[in-house]
Design a binder for this molecule. Sequence first.
Ligand SMILES: [Mg+2]
Length: 357
Amino acid sequence: MVITDIQFLVTGFRFEEPMKVAFATITDMDSCIVKILTDEGITGYGEAAPLPFVTGDNLGTVLAVGKDLRDALLGMDPRAIGAVHRVMDRLYAGNGAVKAGIDIACYDIAAKAAGVPLYKYLGGDDPHIHSDVTIGIDAPEKMAEKALEWVGKGFDILKVKLGEDVRTDLERMCAIHEAVSGKARLRIDANQGWTVKDTLWISSELASLGVELIEQPVAAGDFDGLQEIRMHTPILIAADESCHGIRDAMRLASMRAADVINIKLMKCGGIYPAIKIAAICEAAGLTCMIGCMGESALGNLAGMHLAAALDIIREVDLDSVYILAQEKVSGGFDHRGGKAVLWDAPGIGCTVKGESE
Ligand SMILES: [Mg+2]
């Protein structure tokens, strides 16, 4: 089987409500469905969802780099995923989103050719996924209201965005804790917004509220800061913006600067490199979370299949499908609140609107 064409179908999503995080307020997201055609009539779909201030790429670079990658990959077997990545990495460093889009489409093809759902193709046997849902930064009472609303919709793990002034952040968490205590597990993501001192001050307070995990408290490049925080707080520390690929994972693991690594396909370049990051974590005694950018169900589903296949991915943060207003993709999973079950259909299992398969 060989690749006969790779097409990039530009799409975009609007958040039902603007999502405020420590470094930006996000109202909409560019995204690109990646469609790979083969000479055997099997078509694969992936998604490239760049987030410029995290991944360093944008829709323009996805399309420009994507064109070059297409030219280099034509005629290759999409199932030879290691070779596909070798070609992509030789042409371009970084550019995780477009590489992820191509990687996901190749895996979709490989699993369809094998006649099994992607999670089974990847070695998994349990299609159940349990995701958190994210609450953006707002006034404490508004965030508490939002938390109650999500709990009412059946979500029982909340990931709360913080990372502004620590004292106001603590008020936010106290309000949320009061609203949903006992009904939801709580974790927070500071998106690089705090200093080491801030984090150490607030973490003992957060521990008393039962917060189980603090994600990316300090700047992405501050590995020493992460290490210091991890040594002095009882709460699990997760690295997100600090970990893009295998070298970051190795460094975090060897410095013991994190307990958890948040893998995102758009940061690392797809499922193939994500499996390598997961293996580093497993060997080093860390666990993994799998997260997402503003993706459609397609990107989220690729992450769900991977989470269903790898035991070391203990936490799932694949919620853009629940938050984004526009939906270009249907099917592939059913869910009740944050608890989802993948369909027993070949490949990723979803349908892209306007496409025949
Ligand atoms: Mg994060």
